[in-house]
Design a protein around this ligand. Structure first.
Ligand SMILES: Cc1ncc(COP(=O)(O)O)c(C=O)c1O
Length: 381
C-alpha cells in the first residue's frame, strides 16, 4: 500500500506539528518539509517498544552510525562511513553550525548557493559568519564559474572560508553529479576553502538518478558531510543526526565540544536507527509514489496553470515552481495564501533567484496535490 495515499485530510489535521497548526484549518499546507505519510512500520515498532520499556533516557552507543554505514554501502555503494570519523548531533542544522565553527572564525565568509534552504542564512549569521552568494545557474545546477569567483572573493578577506553545499539541493531537487562535485573539490582545494555538505535529502532520489556522497570523491579528505534519517523517513520530530568527517578532518572533528553529543534524543536515535536499518522497503515505496507525484503535479500544472514552470526534481519531495509569468510579484506565495488558502514556501526566503517562485511540498496524496494546484489556479483565475 502506498504510504502517501493512506491518510485523509481529517487524519492529517489531527497532527499537531507546524505544518498542521501554523495556519487556520481552512488553509491547505504544503510549505514545510513534512510528509503526509504513515511511518515505516519498523520505526513505529522501535519507538513504541522503547516507550513501552520506558527506555526514554539518554542515548548511548554507535548503532546509529553503524546503521548509516550499512545503508550507505547498500544504497550508494559507498563504504566510507565510519564510527571513528563521526559525531552524533541533535539535528542536521546543529551539525552544520558546529562544523562551520570548527573550520572558520567569527566574521568568516560561508559561501552558499541560492536559491537554497532558508535557514542556511539564519544559522550562518547566528554563529557570526557571513553568508556569501554563489547563485545556482539558470539551469538550476551549480554554476562552477560563479562558485570559483565567490571562493576567490571570499579568500581576499584573509579569514578562513567555508562552503555550505546542499546535496541534493533544496528547493530545486538537483542531485549534484559526480563531475560537478569533483569540480567543487578542485575549486575548494585551489582556494583553500573547507567544504561542509548537508546531505539530509540523500536517500530521496527519484528513479534513475544516483546520489553521490561528497566524501566518496577524491580530494574531499578535509570536508565534512552531515546526514540524518529525518527527511527520508519523516522523523524531524525525533531529533538526531550525524556529522561525518573526511579522513583529513578527523582532528578538526576532535575539537568539537563534547557537549554537542548531548543534543540528539534517545528516541530520535532509536527511530532513525530503525529507519536506516529496516526502513529500506518502505523508502522504496515512498520513492515510487514521489516519482508518480512528480508526474501528477506536472500534469496538473500543465492543465490548470500552464504559465507556471516546474523544473522536474531529480531528488527531494520538493517542487520549485517559477510563477513569474503569472505576474504575482516577488512573493506569489502571499497571493496563493490570501486568495487560494494554500500555504506554499515563499520564494524570496530562499535568497537570490527566489523572487517569483514558490516551493511545494509534494509528499502527499494525489488528491491533495490536485487540490493544491486547484487552489493555486483559483487564486489567479
Ligand atoms: C537542506 C536541509 N537541511 C536541513 C534541514 C533541517 O534538518 P534538521 O531538522 O535535521 O536540522 C532541512 C529541512 O527541511 C533541509 O531541507
Amino acid at each position: 500500500m502506498n504510504p502517501l495515499e493512506m491518510l485523509s485530510l481529517d487524519d492529517l489535521h489531527a497532527r499537531t506539528s507546524v505544518k498542521w497548526r501554523l495556519h487556520p484549518p481552512d488553509v491547505l499546507p504544503a510549505f514545510v518539509a513534512e510528509m503526509d505519510v504513515v511511518l515505516a512500520e519498523p520505526v513505529v515498532r522501535a519507538l513504541s517498544d522503547a516507550l513501552r520499556r520506558g527506555d526514554t533516557g539518554y542515548p548511548s552507543g554507535t548503532g546509529y552510525v553503524e546503521a548509516l554505514a550499512a545503508f550507505a554501502s547498500t544504497r550508494w555503494g559507498w563504504d566510507g562511513v565510519s564510527v571513528e570519523r563521526s559525531a552524533m548531533v541533535a539535528d542536521v542544522m546543529t551539525g552544520v553550525s558546529e562544523v562551520l565553527q570548527l573550520v572558520t572564525e567569527p566574521g568568516s565568509p560561508v559561501v552558499v548557493n541560492p536559491p537554497v534552504y532558508p535557514p542556511f542564512f539564519g544559522f550562518v549569521s547566528k554563529i557570526g559568519r557571513r553568508p556569501v552568494d554563489a547563485p545556482l545557474g539558470a539551469d538550476g545546477r551549480l554554476d562552477l564559474e560563479a562558485l570559483g569567483e565567490a571562493f576567490a572573493r571570499a579568500a581576499t578577506t584573509g579569514l578562513p572560508v567555508a562552503y555550505l553545499l546542499c546535496n541534493p539541493q533544496n528547493p530545486t531537487g538537483t542531485a549534484h553529479r559526480p563531475d560537478e562535485l569533483a569540480s567543487v573539490a578542485r575549486l575548494a582545494h585551489e582556494h583553500g576553502v573547507r567544504v561542509v555538505v548537508d546531505e539530509i535529502h540523500a536517500p530521496i532520489v527519484l528513479d534513475g538518478v544516483r546520489f553521490t556522497p561528497y566524501l566518496s570523491l577524491e580530494g574531499t579528505d578535509d570536508a565534512f558531510a552531515v546526514m540524518s534519517a529525518s527527511k527520508a523517513w519523516n522523523l524531524a520530530g525525533a531529533k538526531a543526526g550525524a556529522v561525518l568527517a573526511g579522513s583529513g578532518a578527523v582532528d578538526d572533528l576532535g575539537r568539537m565540544p563534547e557537549v554537542v553529543a548531548h543534543g540528539p534524543s534517545h528516541l530520535g536515535v532509536i527511530g532513525h536507527t530503525a529507519a536506516l536499518r529496516d526502513g529500506g522497503e518502505w523508502l522504496d515505496e515512498v520513492l515510487a509514489a514521489l516519482s508518480a507525484n512528480r508526474s501528477h503535479l506536472a500534469d496538473e500544472l500543465a492543465q490548470r496553470l500552464p504559465g507556471v514552470r516546474l523544473r522536474e526534481p531529480e531528488a527531494t519531495y520538493l517542487a520549485w515552481l517559477d510563477c513569474r509569468a503569472l505576474g504575482l510579484g516577488d512573493d506569489p506565495a502571499e497571493t496563493f495564501l490570501e486568495r487560494g488558502r494554500v500555504a506554499l514556501g515563499s520564494g524570496p526566503t530562499f535568497g537570490t533567484g527566489g523572487a517569483g517562485h514558490v516551493r511545494v511540498t509534494a509528499a502527499t496524496s494525489k488528491p491533495i496535490l490536485s487540490e493544491i494546484v486547484e487552489r493555486m489556479a483559483a487564486s489567479v483565475g
